[in-house]
Design a protein around this ligand. Structure first.
Ligand code: AMP
Ligand code: MG
Length: 337
């Protein structure tokens, strides 16, 4: 299959491919998504094939506005509309009770469905033009870092999908926050573009799922099936070095081998002359870390570094999502300094 590179003016063509059962790479404010008509089980099935994604890892339904919640969900709580009013369009996915018309393949057979209204002009235009909810996970091959540019998505999906729409680099850079509203108190399943602090401001108490901060043991049943899989990983093994930035930098400088890869904050980039360095941005700029983290991980796959050492932000604001992605990329191989 020849994967067409479309641009922001090709909205109608992208929507037509989706309506006819094809797969389209779609820019969003978080990461590029791999979209299919969410009402067409065959089209959705092709997403799993293109990514090599395990069948028990559910997808998110993307809609152009909160009005669509009633069409695809049942027993929608008032808090869902409050959150939508505050954060939609935006990087927040809500887990709600699924309606009867949502195909099993979208939810991996769960009785809940993830709903999101993305904040990207090109994505919104495609959703409106398609007129159907678009099922999409991130547009990477399963297990690899998520794509934040059309070129990154092309690396993984060239020849496997019908088209990718280039909407420029993603403004947020990490995936949506996922909040489960079917439990009390609401539970954060994945930290993301809307922060835990923002969610607590609106909801009061919010529980944080265990899977956010630690690896699931074999045989343990996670709340979302996808949580148990290896994620975001470059080819070389990653070790996260957690702690005060000056100490983690010193630890990496003392332990990294010649020719290893290092992910570090800008202020420390000069401390690794014998290593290949990818910068995350200034130490306290979590928004920049979020924009940079997947690009940094992905960049090492173009090198032959045998190992990667990563500094890691504190967990305030977007730092929680960045820390979670780095820890998962490392398979929770973490050194505390
Ligand atoms: P991705 O954005 O590529 O990680 O794919 C969608 C994410 O949403 C995965 O982490 C899924 O586990 C999660 N997800 C989708 N639907 C549900 C659901 N009904 N319950 C819990 N998590 C979900
Ligand atoms: Mg993903």
């Amino acid at each position: 299959m020849n994967t067409k590179l479309l641009n922001k003016n090709d909205i109608d063509e992208a929507a037509a491919i989706l309506r006819s059962g094809g797969l389209v790479g779609i820019p969003t404010e978080t990461v590029y998504g791999l979209g299919a008509n969410g009402l067409d089980p065959r089209a959705v099935g092709r997403i799993f094939e293109a990514k090599g994604r395990p069948q028990d890892n559910p997808l998110i339904l993307h809609v152009p506005s909160a009005d669509w919640l009633e069409r695809w969900c049942v027993d929608v709580p008032e808090t869902a509309y409050t959150l939508a009013g505050r954060f939609w369009p935006g990087p927040l996915t809500m887990i709600l009770k699924r309606g009867p018309e949502v195909p099993d393949v979208v939810t991996a057979g769960l009785d809940t469905v993830g709903m999101r209204c993305p904040d990207h002009p090109v994505c919104r235009a495609i959703l409106f033009a398609a007129g159907v909810p678009v099922a999409a996970p991130s547009g990477n091959t399963s297990g690899r870092p998520s794509p934040t540019t059309a070129a990154h998505m092309m690396e993984d999906m060239d020849g496997r999908i019908d088209a990718i729409v280039d909407g420029g680099p993603c403004a947020v850079g990490v995936e949506s926050a996922i909040i489960d509203l079917t439990v009390t108190p609401p539970r954060l399943l994945r930290p993301g573009g809307i922060t835990l602090e923002q969610l607590r401001e609106v909801l009061g108490e919010v529980a944080v799922d265990d899977a956010v901060t630690r690896q699931m043991a074999d045989g343990e049943k996670p709340r979302a099936p996808g949580m148990k899989y290896r994620h975001y990983a470059p080819k070389a093994p990653v070790t996260v070095v957690a702690g005060e930035a000056i100490f983690s930098a010193a630890w990496i400088a003392a332990h990294a081998g010649e020719g290893d890869g290092v992910i570090c904050f800008d202020e420390f980039a000069g401390q690794f002359p014998a290593q290949t360095v990818e910068r995350l941005g200034p130490t306290y700029d979590h928004a920049e870390h979020a924009r940079r983290v997947f690009d940094a991980l992905r960049a090492f796959d173009k090198t032959d570094v045998p190992a990667i050492w990563a500094q890691c932000p504190d967990i305030s604001g977007l730092g929680l999502a960045v820390t979670n992605r780095l820890n998962k990329a490392a398979g929770f191989h973490i050194v505390e300094v």
